[in-house]
Design a protein around this ligand. Structure first.
Ligand code: FES
Length: 160
């Protein structure tokens, strides 16, 4: 059975089948969630806040908990959309402000321009460039480092 999930601050609603994750609802609403780790609960690109209805979601799993500990903007009501499954009614999701850049090429094309909105680090969710600030090459270096860390982390987790 489908459940209706409210999305704020964009004032939209998403339909999610019972037991499906929240990410499927966001993607169906054509939200550009980058899924740096391909929905494995290891990055911050699908990080959201639950404004209402935490009890209508599957409980936090260990991997999700560990990833949330690394995300600097995490709060007690944080979840990873790819891990949180919808099991009840009344869920209201708040999407974090900012944009996630996962392709280094994307940021390369933006160097020298002003960011239209905050650009967030794909692993820890930190703001790399604030809205209206110039995008510089050092941002690219930081993203490359993040990529490396993510690659190592993924390799370690897959081995374990
Ligand atoms: S897509 Fe990476 S944690 Fe959800």
């Amino acid at each position: 059975m489908a459940k209706i999930v409210k999305l704020e601050p964009i004032a939209q609603e998403a339909e999610v089948q019972t037991n499906d994750n929240l990410l499927s609802g966001l993607l169906r609403n054509e939200l550009n969630v980058l899924q740096e780790c391909e929905g494995r609960g290891l990055c911050s690109t699908c990080h959201i806040y639950i404004k209402n209805g935490m009890e209508s979601l599957s409980p936090l799993n260990r991997r999700e908990q560990r990833t949330l500990e690394v995300i600097t903007t995490a709060k007690p009501n944080s979840r990873l959309a790819c891990q949180a499954r919808v099991i009840g009614e009344g869920i209201v999701v708040e999407l974090p402000a900012g944009m996630y850049v996962n392709a280094i090429e994307d940021i390369e094309a933006l160097i020298g321009r002003r960011a239209e909105q905050d650009i967030l680090h794909p692993i820890n969710g930190k703001v790399l460039v604030e809205a209206n600030k110039l995008i510089t090459r050092s941002v690219l270096n930081q993203l490359q480092d993040a990529r490396l860390q993510a690659g190592e982390y993924l390799a370690r987790t897959t081995e374990a």
